[in-house]
Design a binder for this molecule. Structure first.
Ligand code: SF4
Ligand code: SF4
Length: 258
């Protein structure tokens, strides 16, 4: 089933590339248990679960879509995020809207329920959290492990984006990956992501989301013409904020592409 879905997602992406400037690598698919109750203590008591999205869900289909190396290359230099990076972020999120609908139609065509969580389109710009953590769901789906940079490092790296669809497909949920993919967490070496962070938000000892978001806001003030990805409330249109991106702890890292 995973191979079938990976093929369907890849076919969709290849067609979509005819109307986007961004291009993408080969996707990875995993299944997380639909019961995300544990994330209420990890992220926020308001974090949604699969049961909030459809009746009697079994799993959450999580997928990772890598960017390409030449696009990442544009964002290695210190300073402002590259325009290609900001555009890639917005174009990927825009593609996910259509791709998720395609996946939902496929699953419904086979007689299953499927839907996207309304929380997935929202980001609380005061608490700086989402009540639908794509990364934590992808972790539960066995797609990768968390790097020091807070990104999910998959077997294709961490330079890409994640999306999810809740369904009642009769498959067994995956388990988190056992192999540690962050070099620093594995051996205490590396830490390049912290060294490259322009604001001191990311250090070997932790992460300051306020400092990180300040950098993203500075980039958003520059990149205000590529579209907008996140509402502040579920079900609302995306806020006209500009592209809240940075990615200096991802592009050029040894874990970016594996
Ligand atoms: S750059 Fe190094 S320390 Fe940072 S997440 Fe990647 S592997 Fe881990
Ligand atoms: S996204 Fe930018 S500011 Fe935020 S932790 Fe990474 S490098 Fe630092």
């Amino acid at each position: 089933m995973k191979k079938y879905l990976e093929k369907q997602i890849e076919n969709f992406i290849r067609k979509y590339e005819s109307k986007s400037q961004t291009k993408w690598g080969k996707p990875l698919v995993g299944f997380a248990d639909a019961d995300l109750t544990s994330l209420k203590s990890v992220i926020s008591p308001a974090h949604a679960t699969g049961q909030d999205v459809i009746e009697r869900p079994t799993v959450i289909l999580a997928y990772f879509v890598p960017f390409l190396k030449d696009m990442a290359q544009t964002n290695i230099e210190a300073g402002t995020a590259s325009p290609q990076w900001a555009l890639g972020y917005e174009e990927t999120n825009a593609m996910f809207g259509e791709l998720n609908q395609h996946i939902i139609n496929l699953l419904k065509g086979e007689g299953y329920r499927a839907a996207v969580s309304p929380e997935a389109g929202a980001f609380d710009r005061e608490l700086l959290i989402s009540n639908w953590s794509q990364r934590h769901i992808a972790y539960a789906a066995g797609l990768g492990t968390f790097g020091l940079n807070n990104m999910l490092i998959t077997k294709r790296g961490c330079c890409g984006r994640i999306s999810t669809v809740v369904t009642d497909l009769p498959v067994t949920p995956d388990s988190p990956m056992k192999e540690e993919l962050c070099i620093y967490k594995r051996s205490g070496k590396c830490g390049l992501c912290a060294d490259r962070c322009p604001s001191g938000a990311l250090t070997r000892n932790g992460y300051d989301r306020e400092k990180c978001f300040q950098v993203c806001r500075e980039n958003a003030a520059i990149y205000n013409s590529f579209g907008n990805s996140y509402a502040s409330e579920p079900g609302q249109p995306a806020e006209d904020t500009g592209s809240e991106v940075c990615g200096k702890c991802v592009a050029g890292m040894p874990c970016a592409f594996l």
